[in-house]
Write a protein that binds this ligand. Sequence first.
Ligand SMILES: *Cc1c(COP(=O)(O)O)cnc(C)c1O
Length: 393
Amino acid sequence: MNETPRFDAFDRAITNALMPVRDDPFNAAVPPIYQTSLFLFDSYSELEDVFAGRSTKPIYSRGDNPTVKLLERRIAEMEGAEEARAFSSGMGAIAAAVFAFVKPGDRILTVPHVYSDAFRFFEKVLKRFGVVVDYVDGTDTEKMIAALPGATLAYLENPTSMVFELQDLTAIAEAARRQGVLTIVDNSWATPLFQNPLHVGIDLVIHAASKYLGGQSDTVAGLVAGSHALIGRINSEIYPYTGAKLAPFEVWLVLRNLETLPLRMRHHHEAGLEVASWLKSANAVETVMHPAFSAHPGKKTFSGFGGLFSFEVADHIDVASFVDALRLVRIGVSWGGPESLVVPAKAALSISPETNVFARFGVSDRTIRLNVGLHDPKSVIADLEQAFSAAAK
Ligand SMILES: *Cc1c(COP(=O)(O)O)cnc(C)c1O
């Protein structure tokens, strides 16, 4: 990646976020919340025209709502997509994006260390519907390409959760196109500012807007972005029927927080690197799993980094004591908000391997995931340092 984040992307994102709200009769500077379930029609013929698709107008908010459409348009613009669809959570987006394209007997590919609930969705739900799920080491591009023939789709995450492994999206997308395999990438970590998978030939992009896009730890939301044809298929095959639509107020929160995305991402990029570099030289730490330290070609598609990464503590550090000794850094599972947070893998490793992605694919119980929030990185480092001292055996 380039040494400095792509500031032109920042500028575009700010312009995008502050763009006047189109279609608003009063030119409101902040988008109105269309808090309505239904939209009225003035006549029989207007209703019939809309039902027949001869004219467009929202009908019912489980389908289309103007506030929700605004977020969908903005994310589509930021990802370079023709269209996007918002969901009530990242998992809502993931489940719909996969369900719209698979049928019993199909085989799909994904990577070990995929987001934990995406893994559970594959294991507990998809398999029950007769879909075969193959976990292929995504860091090995040749292996991934060799597994493509005959697969329906490849579900990727660059980088993966917890261990931050990379996949070469460019090479995989190119091979998948040739094989007619649909590619989906969870891009929550990098955000549209730091990675645009569609630009390198990926078909669909997923966002857990609960994380950086929302940015404030105050809402759960998800999005899928891609071509008119693919989003159209999601719309016609599943979106209205699972009812996982995003509420206008939740959209309003995400739209509001999108305005600070460029500033926040600049901070997360820089602060994350500063803390990760310090950890790399700390004698309490064995390894730091941050894409910045990787030589893998999957790094090429990033123009900047998120502030979420993991490290493995050395033998002389007691994991529970370390976590308990932290003061500024809190204990909690999500990420992407203002808080600095840790998740120790050890606490999750007791869950049974069938539904535990860490146990299934071997995450060390010394692994700790750190979300560097909006704190000064120096304060985060000071907190980690005192907690390492308190936890040394
Ligand atoms: C949190 C997360 C999700 C799921 O998003 P929800 O809004 O919690 O459903 C998906 N992918 C990644 C990488 C995540 O961290």
